[in-house]
Design a protein around this ligand. Sequence first.
Ligand code: HEM
Length: 539
Amino acid sequence: MAVEEQTNTIPLLDQLDTKATKRIGDITVANVTEDLMVHKPPISFEEIPGPALLKLLDKYWKYVPLLGTQLFRSVLINRLTEGRLTWNRNIRPLKYLFNEYGPVVRLNGPFAGDIVLIHRPEHIAKVFEEEGDSPTRSGIDVLQHYRLNYRKYRFSGPYNSQGLQSMQWLQTKKVLETPIAKQINKEFEKFEMACDELLIRIRQIKNRQDEVSGDFSNELSRWSMECFWIFMISKKIGFLDSTSYNKNSEITRFIETLATAHHYMSRCETGFQFWRMIDTPYSKKLFSACDIIDGIIGKYIRNAQSHVRNNLSMHEDENQHRLTILENLLFKQRMNPEELATLLMDMIILGVNATTNSQAFLLYYLAKNPRIQRRLHEEVISKTPKDHSFTSKTFIDMPYLNACINECLRLRPAFPYITRLLSKQIILHGYKIPKGTYIIMANQISSQREENFEDPDKFKPDRWLKSSDDSYPQNSYLPFGKGIRNCIGENLAKLEMMLLTIKIIREFIIEYDYADIESRFLMMNVPDRPLRFRFISRN
Ligand code: HEM
């Protein structure tokens, strides 16, 4: 019998030997002996509850898909929720499905493979246990389309990679661990400078009531982009320099184009996907934004190529420590420039944007919780006095700051779902789930369920300070994913967020006076209102 089947063995109640008992605390329980165990065969895939199959193509027009392709094929929100939910681009439809059908929900794909939605930590654990050594995740199909069909690239990026490409990428990712850690440590000073520049900018742009304008997210975007390039090429590009705000500057164009690309990527992925057949107004806008981003990225790649050719003799180990991450990818990992361009674009459109939005939510939660902000300020001034020189060790000794970031990512993980394509059959909750099924792990839902986190809707950083005995169930909180396809930028993103938060809190009290900011799902959680924070000087 398969191992999976044995683990689903349960005793039948009417076969319990009630005389043979033992005590656990105040409770008397019947002993269950091996010979009383019965083996329940797994339940077939077809029996997993879920909304009924939609076969008729014409009905399809009524429905709006939620996520990228895999979901597009199946999630027909309006029908699935029997009209009770309108298309609002957030996580509620999935919550509804779990409430309606239980912890394992199957969505039949009228056009392609089925999808299974899960949220329980033990089910998520099982998927990761069985993910194999080259897991595949659902990618951003419209970006894949752009690369493979429009640009005729060979490779569609790490978020999409499968098969051999996936193996190559995972190899590269492993080798990069040490250079990435070194790079983050080495460039502290520059990361600090980027944060200081954002503070200067805040002082300049806030009005007489200390309020910044609605497009403060644009400033955060410049800051996280500056940090990203420091990380990649060890240089400050100047995203926050006053000259770069000029309407015609390349930097302004880059930032605006990034926002455009994000907007239309989300439109293309979540609307009806005509772009698969013909160029649509949205896909045209997305592709021309991607062309601009690709062009700028290409320039950095060419600079790195000529820098290495001109300045370094490439005798392997000798010069390894002098290579930037970008140069390392090009010359040590021998990534071809096309592949590198796709990697950088994904990192920018997804990773840099994720950092921007996570930082925005963090500032919002601090503004809405003045007591928490006060306590954080106390930790900040005691651990990082004015002349403090920052190193990666600074943050280890700041449990409350860490707790605030964890709590923000619990409530607003940048990516509310993690996906995997099953590489083999598994049993979940007694159901047999075949190889090739897409599993959607609703990370945001599991980190907001009462059984995993007490008072789940409240911003309570204290919960992260408890001893490990009281902590949350494993796999109920995975903002950076898990396993070998986890986020490569986790340490960078956390460092950026910590450094900027320290600097802001040291200088300002943050306030926010308007309606609550919720999240909107634009392929990631994005604040649904302008970030009109007040930054009140502490002096
Ligand atoms: C707060 C910020 C960020 C969050 C919350 C975040 C979250 C995630 C998540 C959930 C995944 C999928 C993991 C999985 O499937 O198991 C991921 C993948 C990835 N992230 Fe991030 N990310 C962030 C910032 C960044 C940054 C700044 C970079 C670039 C330096 C980056 C680069 C990547 C890459 C390349 C992958 C694909 C890894 C692979 O397929 O092996 N991320 N990220």
